[in-house]
Design a protein. Structure first.
Length: 257
């Protein structure tokens, strides 16, 4: 992830306005965004392209529509590098940044919330797949929990704390190593344990020079549930940032972040 590209993208007020719009309501089409800015459709497309290249937004095709989603992961890394290490008291320093990190309303065309994240990891696709699917890796970046699954479709998919107690349960819905993994997701922590199961899709794409693009789509929320709010406020941002740091440096992020 290129810090300079992120800073350049954020330097333009029109691009910041686009991020604000996606914070207010995520999953918008180009047509919905262009009516909010005093410029041509082509101009809005150029700004969206810059934001996507910087990793600040992710896009998904739904039918004929291309939806745009705020991706807070690059801003998390800027926070870690340029703010957190210089300040022990972060509440006031990160007040404005927190708004962006918390993502906003992620709404698809059918009005159900959806979380979409993209991250670029400097590691081969096979290694990233192993990080996602093996307990030795997940224990180091996924809140200390180990994954238990054999990846066969229909088999259990669960995360367990060091004492063996399960914290997330689900089922493998699709498994296409090392490209795609789909599983159901049900948190066992109160009050999220009262929510209906949701669905998580991991998509991996090999890029030049041993780099892998990872896209995570978490969907099928029955409204802005406790599970949605908990994950939207930083859960996935932490997990993906920690996985990237582990794969690129050999060590996870300090627990203080």
């Amino acid at each position: 992830m290129d810090d300079e590209a992120v800073f350049r993208a954020l330097a333009d007020p029109s691009r910041r306005r686009l991020l604000d719009l996606l914070f207010e309501r995520d999953g918008r089409t180009l047509s919905e965004l262009e009516v909010e800015l005093p410029m041509t459709r082509f101009g809005v497309m150029k700004h969206l392209r810059v934001l996507e290249e910087a990793g600040l937004i992710a896009t998904r095709k739904v039918g004929r529509e291309k939806l745009h989603y705020l991706n807070p992961v690059p801003i998390q890394f800027i926070s870690d590098r340029w703010i957190n290490k210089y300040s022990a008291t972060r509440v006031s320093a990160l007040a404005d940044l927190k708004i962006v990190l918390e993502g906003g309303h992620r709404m698809t065309i059918d009005s159900r919330p959806r979380l979409v994240y993209q991250i670029i990891i400097k590691a081969p696709q096979e290694q990233v797949w192993q990080a996602i699917t093996t307990p030795e890796f997940t224990a180091r970046y996924y809140y200390g929990s180990t994954l238990q699954t054999n990846l066969a479709v229909g088999s259990p998919f669960s995360y367990h704390m060091p004492d063996g107690s399960p914290i997330i349960e689900g089922e493998v819905l699709a498994s296409e190593p090392p490209n795609r993994l789909v599983h159901s997701y049900h948190s066992l922590w109160p009050p999220m344990d009262e929510d209906a199961p949701t669905k998580v899709t991991w998509e991996l794409e090999a890029m030049p020079e041993g780099v892998t693009k990872v896209t995570v789509i978490h969907e099928d929320f029955q409204g802005e549930t406790a599970t949605y709010k908990g994950l939207q406020s930083g859960g996935w941002t932490w997990i993906l940032s920690n996985m990237k740091t582990l794969l690129e440096t050999g060590e996870p992020m300090p627990q203080g972040y």
